[in-house]
Write a protein that binds this ligand. Structure first.
Ligand code: LLP
Length: 433
């Protein structure tokens, strides 16, 4: 039974988020329901922005990694808070452009961008393309010639740093589909090749070592490897790069025992490393990008569900079924991720039992929380699962043809729908009748 510090409980014992009684939200919008605290999102964004101002003289930009939760409203918030965004597909780019996001502050990623996606990005005037594979330079070159443009690019490299996170979400090591490895000379050769294209301008390199990282060390090590490589490129190729993208990956609190790193502390430590290596090697201090996704939206999101069937299997376990499941939160079945929850309508009741909160999909692994300590749950109770703001809606599916829940943004006691609940007609909209 963990809940975030920024949440409250009212005199009726109901969980309150953004000044809204969650039991009222459940009544008004029905469940399952994603609730996002707008002030928390903005605070998270400001922490990055303010830390870059404080420790790096403002010589950088936080990009919201919108894969964590892509929605028109999110790009509007990012724009208002002065952040750029990272997009990774034509769909995310389209959403950002629909939101009126300044294309020059968009960074476009992807290990297998299609010709059409690159065309769309260059045509829209996207700020940076992150080149991530053989063959991509040729595509960019052809499109630039057609559009009479020059592309400003970053090149994705693998720094060879072990991020100590789940293997499916760690990306900095050599055996990974993203980028070019530094350690075997692949990155060096690719950069040399990119220098021969006059339709591209190499602004810098990009790295990202993984996600949900709780340690400073891999981040510091990564900054060091990257800057030493910048020094090598200058010495060997006479190439001086004005920008460096350090990626995202900062862990958040899902359960009581999680210990996220302080973003301020990270930026301070990394700034020192970058400045030190620049001084030693007479390199200009690069403009830095950071790409936090999870740590912007993760702890701002809560999913509300209604309890239905309860099955107490003697000497085995007790299943508490809720009205959603892996369709709205696939992270347990994908990564064995841990979550915690409270009963939103009885948030002050003492936990009495350990149960498995499971979904309604036709799949035994459809679990949201294994071993969840809750008060004795009854049918009709509202379960509020913490920290579902990142990689839940964005990875949601219609498995079993279950419509995706709506997303409601709350702030100052007011709520508004930012993404509607899907209907059965939405479910069949692409079926040929
Ligand atoms: N930049 C790049 C290039 C990335 O690949 C990612 C995440 C980020 C930034 C943002 O990382 P964050 O700050 O959110 O950790 N679906 C998984 C997470 C996949 C992360 C993919 N890349 C999950 O649910 O845990």
């Amino acid at each position: 039974m963990y809940m975030h510090d920024y949440m409250k409980v009212n005199s009726e014992g109901h969980l309150v988020i953004g000044g809204c009684d969650t039991t009222e939200l459940a009544k008004e919008y029905k469940t399952p329901l994603y609730v996002m605290d707008e002030d928390r999102i903005r605070d998270n964004m400001r922490q990055y922005k303010n830390s870059i101002d404080k420790f790096y003289s403002g010589n950088g930009r936080a990009l919201y990694a919108s894969k964590a939760f892509s929605a028109v409203y999110m790009y509007k918030i990012a724009a208002e808070e002065g952040l750029g965004v990272d997009v990774v597909s034509g769909g995310e780019l389209y959403t950002a452009l629909k939101a009126g996001f300044d294309p020059s502050k968009i960074v476009f990623h992807g290990n297998n961008k299609s010709y059409d996606e690159i065309h769309m990005a260059l045509n829209a005037g996207v700020g940076r393309l992150v080149v991530d594979g053989e063959g991509e330079l040729e595509k960019i070159d052809a499109i630039c010639k057609e559009l009479d443009k020059k592309a400003e690019i970053l090149i994705r490299v693998k720094p060879g740093v072990d991020a100590h996170t789940h293997q499916f979400i760690s990306t900095g090591q050599i055996d990974c589909k993203f980028g070019f490895a530094i350690e075997n000379g692949e990155a060096y050769e690719f950069i040399k090749k990119a220098m021969t294209f006059d339709t591209v301008q190499i602004k810098g390199l990009h790295c990202h070592i993984g996600s949900q990282i709780f340690l400073f060390e891999p981040f510091k090590c990564c900054a060091e490897v990257m800057m030493n490589f910048y020094a090598e490129l200058k010495a060997e190729l006479g190439l001086t790069l004005p920008e460096l993208n350090l990626g995202g990956g900062f862990g958040i609190k899902y359960v009581e025992s999680d210990t996220p790193v302080s973003y301020e502390g990270y930026i301070e430590a990394v700034s020192d490393i970058i400045k030190g290596i620049c001084e030693e090697n007479e390199l200009p201090i690069p403009f830095i990008y950071m790409e936090p996704g999870r740590s912007i939206v993760g702890d701002a999101g809560t999913t509300l569900y209604t309890v239905g069937t309860i099955k107490d299997i003697a000497h085995v376990r007790k299943y508490v079924s809720i009205d959603g499941g892996l369709g709205d939160n696939p992270r347990y079945i994908l990564y064995g991720s841990e979550y915690d929850a409270v009963l939103a309508n009885r948030a002050t009741d003492t936990p009495e039992e350990t149960v498995t909160v499971c979904g309604k999909c036709c799949e035994s692994g459809d679990i949201i929380i294994e071993n969840c300590h809750l008060p004795k749950a009854q049918s009709g109770d509202i379960v509020a699962v913490m920290s579902t703001g990142a990689y839940n809606y964005s990875m949601a599916s219609n498995y079993n043809r279950i419509p995706r829940p709506p997303v409601v943004m709350v702030s100052n006691g007011k709520s508004k729908v930012i993404i509607k609940r899907e209907t059965y007609d939405d479910i069949i909209k692409n079926d040929i009748l």
